[in-house]
Structure formats: C-alpha cells, structure tokens
Ligand binder design. Structure first.
Ligand code: FES
Ligand code: FES
Length: 214
C-alpha cells in the first residue's frame, strides 16, 4: 500500500515513463534514418551515379584511326583499347578472353605492331593507327591469312581465331615465321583451348612460303 501510495502521489513513477518515451522517440528516429539513408545510397549505387558524375568530369579527347577510319572521341582515361573497340566502336571481332594479358584473344595491331588490347590504355593510342580483324579483309576479299586459316582448318570454336590471325600476320611481318619451331615460339602468347595449333602453324607456313603480301 505504501508503495502504491508513493507511486500515485510522489511523481517518482513519471520519470521512467518519460525516459522510455524519449528512448522510444530516439530509437524510432534512428530506425527511420537507418531505413532511409541506405535506401538513398543503394539507389545511387544502382544507378551508377558515382560513375556518371566521374565520367562527366573525367573524360578526355582521343583521336585515333581504326581500320582506316578516323575517330574523334571523348573517353575516360581508364578505358582499355579492348573495351573502346568492343563497346564504343562496336568492333566485336576482337575478343575478350582473360582480360589479363595471358590468352592473346584481344590481339590487334597498333602502328603495325601487335599488342594485347586488354593491357593497352586507349589514351596511349592517341594519334595512332589501329587495325583489328575487321580491317584485314579488303571488302569481300579475305586476307591471305584468313584464307589460309579456313583452308587448314585453323579454328574450331573460333574464339581465339581473331587474335591468332592478327598475331600470325605480325609474326610473318616481324620475320619470325622461318620454321615451325620459330612460329610456335612467336605464337606462344596466343592460347587456343581447342588445340588447333598444328593447323594454325600449317596456315602460317603456307602464307609465309607462298610469299604473299601480308
Ligand atoms: S583478353 Fe587480352 S590477353 Fe586475354
Ligand atoms: S579455336 Fe577454340 S579456342 Fe581456339
């Protein structure tokens, strides 16, 4: 009874009530903030807002000739030549295999020299001439190396083939196709999962020995 009387009359029992009300308000405000903030952040991430903002400020001019066609572009400095070719210029003949410089599927020529386009920043090709597999044929007329690959069955799934052909052409131009062993050594950066290597070597030997202009 004494406790009841105290509780009813002294006002001491209001304090815990008031505290719990304040705690409730604080907690619910916190929960509201937690519920809202990540939502906004997630939405921004979903829309790639950070990348879009960065892209607006970071783009740089690039002028390069691809397969005899001059392109004046605006690109992010981090873009690789491979991604530029495939995604911006829609030249998808050049393949992305490992994206790490290990398979050779992305081989193209820059100013006549073969490069792994996945390891080449597009900005470094400013003012240069790039040739991709699409640029080898003359209209309907295939390049001799393309003809030889077909004749010798130098591809199976064909995924590595554009890179193999670009390297094969470079191999002859570099003077590294004088024997089967030399061809194998200088084509070793191009991996074929299907194991079409003997046919590829035969194709290169034929073009080399045929003395055709590559
Ligand atoms: S994709 Fe460039 S080396 Fe494999
Ligand atoms: S033909 Fe398939 S990876 Fe070479």
């Amino acid at each position: 009874m004494e406790d009841l009387a105290k509780g009813a009359g002294s006002g001491e029992s209001d304090q815990p009530k008031e505290r719990s009300r304040r705690d409730f308000l604080k907690t619910s405000s916190l929960l509201t903030a937690v519920a809202l903030t990540p939502g906004v952040a997630i939405k921004a991430a979903e829309n790639h807002l950070d990348e879009k903002v960065a892209a607006v400020f970071e783009k740089m001019p690039l002028s390069l000739t691809v397969n005899d066609k001059l392109h004046k572009l605006s690109i992010e400095p981090r873009v690789t030549l491979l991604d530029l070719l495939r995604e911006q210029l829609h030249l998808t003949g050049t393949k992305k295999g490992c994206d790490l410089g290990q398979c050779g599927a992305c081989t193209v020529h820059v100013d006549g020299h073969r490069v792994n386009s996945c390891l080449t920043l597009a900005m470094t090709t400013d003012g240069k001439k790039v040739t991709t597999i699409e640029g080898l044929a003359k209209g309907e007329e295939l390049h001799p190396m393309q003809e030889a690959f077909i004749k010798h069955d130098g591809f199976q799934c064909g995924y590595c083939t554009p890179g193999q052909i670009m390297s094969a052409v470079a191999c002859i131009r570099e003077g590294h196709a004088n024997s089967e062993g030399e061809i194998r050594e200088f084509m070793s950066g191009n991996i074929c999962r299907c194991g079409a290597y003997p046919n590829i070597v035969n194709a290169i030997m034929e073009v080399k020995n045929g003395g055709q202009q590559v």
